[in-house]
Design a protein around this ligand. Structure first.
Ligand code: NAP
Length: 281
């Protein structure tokens, strides 16, 4: 069985992005990412810091707006409108989750559809659903790139997507359907989960429960993609019990070092794609 090295693949994509950014700079285009961080969730702080660090390495300019619970929804919307109007900004990222006092979907609806590099807005989700993909959200895009890099065939294969969130499970399932996979989506209310996951040629798990998927959930030779990022005793572990499933899978992603690095690089790849469109305008 093979361990799919997300870090390695992400680094290769990073080098390609660096070259593209150099070409853009020759045309006086510097890709720009606007980030909105609300509150002080420690995980969000780390995610934003890592994204800014990678942007700096690549030569993507970043603008960070910080808000807290004392700010109003209007303050955040005004920042989005500033970023929408800024020609130097190609993408806008609203770091999720927002504190409970804010209506995340409402705030997100103000992001210009062409700068919605997270692909969470209704327009881009609609494009995905109608098989006219525009901007695909970062985690599904990263997983597709990973499967492509590893020459893992999607068309005609049965993919079981465990988890149906708006940021991972749903867009992932539809993107795979658009590529000719037979897709089953499972969630919290699914009955006989094991019987379903055992039918998967490709099993993708995004549920947020540490090591939930054990070997009895997996068919011999399946490809297993673990999106889960769970903190247990100061360690990060996936939703899949790696040591148990490793023996059965033909290929498997580790946590950390699997889907995580692919998500960040795919977000930045969406920003660079937007900057290329700016250049072509
Ligand atoms: P989420 O919004 O909480 O959604 C979890 C989904 O899993 C829901 O659809 C839920 O079903 C389903 N679910 C929960 N427990 C289940 C169970 N026992 N059996 C079957 N389905 C179950 O989570 P998320 O935002 O998608 O994130 C999932 C995990 O991925 C988290 O650990 C998160 O940190 C991680 N993540 C990692 C990355 C990365 O880049 N590596 C990116 C995003 C998320 P219902 O809909 O029925 O409630």
């Amino acid at each position: 069985m093979k361990i799919i090295d997300g870090k390695l693949i992400a680094n290769k994509i990073k080098e390609e992005l660096k070259e593209t950014i150099c070409l853009l700079k020759e045309k006086n285009i510097i890709p720009g990412l606007g980030i909105i961080l609300v509150g002080s969730d420690p995980a969000s702080e780390i995610y934003v810091r890592n994204k800014i660090k990678t942007c700096n390495e690549l030569g993507i300019c970043t603008v960070l707006y910080r808000f807290d619970e004392k700010n109003t929804e209007r303050d955040i919307i005004e920042a989005i409108q500033d970023l929408n109007a800024d020609d130097g900004i190609d993408g806008i990222l609203i770091q999720s989750p927002l504190p409970d006092c804010f209506d995340e979907a409402h705030i997100l609806s103000y992001v210009d559809k062409n700068k919605d590099v997270d692909g969470f807005g209704i327009y881009n989700l609609g494009c995905l659903l109608s098989n006219q993909e525009s901007i695909l959200s970062a985690t599904p895009l990263g997983i597709l790139k990973m499967l492509e890099y590893e020459n893992i065939e999607v068309e005609g294969n049965h993919v079981v997507m465990v988890g149906a969130s708006l940021i991972v499970g749903r867009p992932m399932a539809i993107a795979l359907l658009n590529r000719g996979a037979t897709v089953t989506i499972a969630h919290n209310k699914t009955k006989n989960l094991k019987e379903i996951t055992k039918q998967a040629d490709i099993l993708i798990v995004a549920i947020g429960h540490a090591k939930y998927i054990t070997e009895d959930y997996v068919k011999d030779g399946a490809v297993v993609i673990d999106v889960g990022t769970n903190r247990v005793d100061n360690h990060v572990v996936g939703d899949v019990d790696f040591d148990a499933v490793f023996k059965k899978a033909s290929a498997i992603t580790p946590v950390p070092g699997g889907v995580g690095p692919m998500t960040i690089i795919s977000l930045l790849s969406n920003v660079v794609d937007r900057a290329k469109e700016r250049m072509n305008k």
